[in-house]
Design a protein around this ligand. Structure first.
Ligand code: SF4
Length: 339
């Protein structure tokens, strides 16, 4: 059986006769959310049986679901080989966010991130990313709200390390006969894989770009994010300056605030210098502390002081609220915890 969710509509059309069946199937599965090909009544019984013997439209099984007191839900979804994909649904008043993983584990070993301690097990397929979105959508949103969510690729893994599958998933989610997610509702977050950022810049459809920065000098970033030794800040920022942005679009920079490491006034001023001339927005993420990490969260005063330096220099800076901390769903906490 082939996973339906691994296929873009043109690929599907090339395997089906007549080819417009691909559009019919996309609409039925992604828009009407049929869970059984046999319920697509515009097809003959014979056609339905033939399709059902070839295409699998089941979502992954739920291994565990964790509910936070703040409404955030963390899911462990069981994949065909038994591995677990981690997905988070974050409800908000104006918009909901579905945070999906692109890999099981991560190879980049950032020192402040629990996922980085796992190492990389494997890349996820396009279908395994698409079905994370569908699972969280169907489990959380009523018919009236069914489209009111954004997607962020900020779960486990470095998305640009799994470039082809990630871009395929984005195209499937963007398909107008499928979920019809506009590019402005999807954000891809990278630790800074330079050649892949340049490749992304040349794509016909580009999601929002977020850069995980956490370190405003090479000395600091080399220590916190080993990828910086290969692609140092000046080269990374030069690529970001070249990145095509639409009218009013900005690049998001995520900056984890670590007490005594990245939270000083000097760090804030270095960040201001680094971002000069870039249409940037900064998300400050006070560390979500964990026993396995040697770092600590800064005081509220230090967080506010840091934010104010950015604002005073004309940079839009927001402090990310801690969501799902009690269920290990917060940023940098995803590590397949099953309790
Ligand atoms: S912060 Fe992102 S890139 Fe770094 S180890 Fe964690 S998941 Fe990987």
């Amino acid at each position: 059986m082939k996973s339906f969710f691994d296929y873009e509509r043109p690929e599907l059309a090339a395997t089906l006769h007549p080819s417009f069946r691909a559009t019919q199937l996309f609409k039925a599965v992604y828009q009407r959310r049929v869970e059984n090909l046999d319920s697509i009544t515009e097809l003959s019984k014979g056609e339905r049986a033939a399709l059902a013997s070839e295409w699998d439209i089941r979502l992954p099984a739920l291994y565990r679901r964790f509910e936070s007191v703040d409404g955030t839900r963390r899911y462990l979804l069981q994949l065909a080989d038994g591995e677990l994909a981690e997905t988070v649904f974050i409800p908000e008043e104006t918009r909901n966010t579905i945070c999906i993983s692109s890999q099981v584990g991560c190879a980049l070993a950032c020192t402040f991130c629990l996922t980085g301690q796992l190492g990389l097990t494997r890349n996820l397929t396009a279908g395994e990313m698409v079905t994370q979105v569908l699972f969280a959508q169907r489990d959380n949103l009523s018919e009236e709200q069914i489209d009111s969510f954004n997607i962020v690729l900020m779960g486990m893994g470095e998305p640009l390390h799994n470039y082809d599958n990630v871009m395929k998933a984005i195209r499937i989610l963007h398909d107008k006969h499928g979920l019809n997610m506009s590019m402005s509702r999807m954000t891809l977050s990278t630790a800074g894989l330079l050649p892949a950022i340049q490749r992304l810049a040349a794509e016909p459809h580009i999601p929002n770009l977020a850069i995980s920065l956490t370190g405003a000098t090479n000395t600091k970033r080399n220590e916190l994010m080993p990828i910086n030794r290969k692609y140092p800040l000046e080269e990374l920022l030069a690529a970001v300056r070249q990145f095509p942005l639409k009218h009013r679009q900005r690049v998001t920079f995520e900056y984890v605030l670590l007490k005594g490491v990245t939270d000083s006034l000097e760090d804030a001023q270095n960040l201001v210098k680094l971002l000069r001339g870039i249409r940037a927005k900064v998300n400050l993420i006070p560390l979500n502390e964990a026993d396995e990490l040697d770092y600590r969260r800064p005081s509220e005063m230090a967080i506010q002081r840091f934010q104010q330096v950015l604002i005073d220099n004309g940079i839009a800076a927001y402090v990310r609220k801690n969501r799902g901390n009690d269920i290990s769903a917060a940023c940098g906490q995803l590590k397949k915890m099953v309790v």
